[in-house]
Write a protein that binds this ligand. Structure first.
Ligand code: ATP
Length: 214
């Protein structure tokens, strides 16, 4: 992203793909404009936050008109580099890894899993969801142009693989293992622990029940 966009707060930047996906659908349906209320209901972000987010990129909705879908989309496309596909590698073709490979990330997105790796020889040479599976020993041979990696290996293997990925020039890791990995400060790690997320949801439901009027 260029310096113009570095001023967007991180919390706003994180919501951009969400907005983008919804606006893309609206555009596909031939809609020309959208109100912040409509957007708010669809993406489950309150409309004041949406208005503030949009003001960062100079999109000031007009009262009674809303936002111009085309304008927002072209802005998001530029900001999210939608024209440029980020190549992704997936490490660990187990249950979770296989599900990701079969899930078509490119449908609404600017990312594509190009290659997968596993330590299990039985899986090598296979294609899962159209993605070739290579042996983990050959990782470095297949990392050309790959900027991001998804880690779905057992926790014990996570750090060693992360080190190799960093060495191979990766800039981002989506870590689905429970292991907290250490990487240099120029590499971004997003950590998603599905078991903890589920536990947190159950905890919140129990201790902070939602009222319909809220
Ligand atoms: P999941 O956690 O995705 O449900 P699983 O229960 O099928 O996975 P795990 O033991 O978590 O299996 O391993 C996930 C995948 O990672 C397996 O396909 C396994 O062969 C692979 N794997 C294990 N160690 C390594 C490693 N060092 N390098 C690459 N792949 C590995």
């Amino acid at each position: 992203m260029d310096s113009e966009h570095t001023k967007i707060p991180q919390a706003t930047a994180k919501r951009l793909p969400l907005y983008y996906r919804f606006l893309n659908n609206l555009h596909g349906q031939g809609k020309l404009r959208v109100s912040s209320k409509e957007l708010s209901e669809a993406v489950k972000v309150d409309s004041a936050t949406i208005r503030r987010d949009f003001s960062y990129f100079g999109a000031l909705g007009k009262k009674g008109y809303g936002y111009n879908v085309e304008y927002l989309l072209s802005f998001f496309r530029k900001t999210l580099d939608q024209d440029e596909t980020t190549k992704v590698a997936l490490i660990g073709v187990g249950n979770l890894g296989t599900a990701f490979l079969n899930y078509n990330f490119t449908k609404n997105n600017n990312t594509k899993i190009e290659v997968a790796f596993d330590a299990n020889h039985d899986r090598i040479g296979e294609e899962v969801g159209g993605v070739p599976v290579q042996h983990i020993d050959d990782l470095e041979k297949h990392m050309d142009g790959i900027g991001v990696a998804i880690l779905t290996v057992p926790a014990t293997a996570a750090q060693g693989i992360a080190d190799r990925l960093v060495e191979a020039g990766i800039s981002g890791v989506l870590n689905f293992t429970p292991a907290r990995i250490t990487v240099p400060s120029n590499v971004r790690v997003h950590h998603i622990d599905l078991a903890i997320e589920l536990q947190a949801l159950v905890y919140f439901l129990k201790h902070y029940p939602l009222n319909e009027e809220d």
